[in-house]
Design a protein. Structure first.
Length: 341
């Protein structure tokens, strides 16, 4: 078997299937091919792949139904599915994500873009399966070298964060800057070192769920439609789902899930209020808003730190926890803190 992993390619057009198969093989992947949905399910059941590239518009059983059946199979439901289809309407893409796909590539695709997405999701899939083993193994060596454990854990977290920044160059460094500001706020609030370390790691991967958002939406040079924004809002829950099976010493998955919750209950995905929101998530949400408003985005220039701090002041006790806001404002207004480059 290829060291890069095994991919199942599904397309009812023989020429398209051959082109896709040859492309993946040229990159060193082991490739299984299926020309319809029934054969795809049979192949996946007999030889579970690491990733599935799936057409939508196929006779008898379309790609949506194939994906539903894959997700209903406990032996296959964690295999990432990327739709590769000429179906280009937003509602068709949205349906793809609703049935369980992790990404969507529109035909005709660019070779380099397709391979970049395949490589990213293969790496993420392998990280999800290997990270728990890595953490468990290193934990067993804790008495021998706790420092080495922390270093390995941090490297794994940074690898997860890098998968997002690889697909979204406009926010490259965003998670790292949010993490640094979160640590400063937590320190100013007097939190202990262990809790601060958990906040830092959660902040580094707080947007990892964006791996499931189409790249063209992440870099859209205009404001998003309601449907497009609904896909973006799903990243908090997606991040939780990616991280929940990893046995961290901190509630990383829950922090990531809650970083867009608001103290008045107006946030997402759960609509939590006040003390129902983890303090760690409240800290990251403040740091996230400050960094996002201050920085350039494809659809607008950076608004600057003054606008960000004004937003915090106005939403103190409404969207954001008062103690967290006060600590953040003090950092900038009294201690001269500046966001890192």
């Amino acid at each position: 078997m290829s060291g890069k992993g095994k991919i199942l390619a599904v397309d009812d057009t023989p020429a398209s299937l051959r082109l896709l198969t040859d492309l993946l093989k040229s990159e060193g992947y082991e490739v299984l091919s299926a020309i319809n949905g029934e054969l795809a399910l049979h192949a996946a059941s007999n030889t579970p792949p690491d990733l599935i590239l799936l057409d939508i518009r196929m006779p008898n059983m379309d790609g949506y139904e194939v994906c539903r059946r894959l997700k209903a199979d406990s032996a296959l439901n964690d295999v990432p599915v990327i739709f590769v289809s000429a179906a280009s309407e937003t509602d068709e893409k949205l349906m793809g994500f609703k049935v369980g796909a992790v990404d969507y590539v529109t035909k005709p695709y660019q070779r380099d873009e397709l391979l970049a997405r395949v490589n990213t999701h293969m790496e993420l899939h392998q990280l999800r399966h290997n990270l728990s083993d890595i953490v468990e193994k290193r934990t067993g060596e804790l008495l021998e070298s706790e420092k080495r454990l922390r270093g390995s854990l941090l490297n794994s977290i940074e690898a997860l964060a890098a998968t997002v920044e690889f697909r979204d160059p406009y926010t490259a460094g965003h998670q790292r800057r949010v993490a640094k500001l979160s640590v400063e706020i937590a320190t100013a609030m007097g939190l202990d070192a262990n809790q601060i370390e958990g906040i830092e790691l959660a902040a580094i991967v707080h947007d990892v769920g964006k791996i499931q958002i189409p790249a063209e939406i992440l870099s859209m040079p205009r404001r998003l439609t309601e449907i497009e924004f609904s896909l973006v809002k799903a990243h908090s829950q997606s991040g939780h789902d990616i991280l929940k099976s990893i046995d961290f010493p901190w509630p990383i998955a829950q922090i990531v899930q809650q970083h867009h919750e608001r103290v008045d209950g107006s946030g997402y995905p759960l609509g939590l209020k006040g003390d129902d929101i983890l303090l760690e998530a409240k800290i990251i949400s403040v740091a996230d808003v400050v960094e996002a408003m201050s920085s350039h985005r494809p659809y607008r220039p950076g608004l600057g730190i003054e606008a960000a701090l004004c937003e915090l002041s106005q939403q103190r006790g409404v969207h954001f926890d008062p103690m967290v806001v006060d600590a953040c404002l003090k950092l900038f207004n009294e201690q001269g803190y500046q966001l890192p480059e």
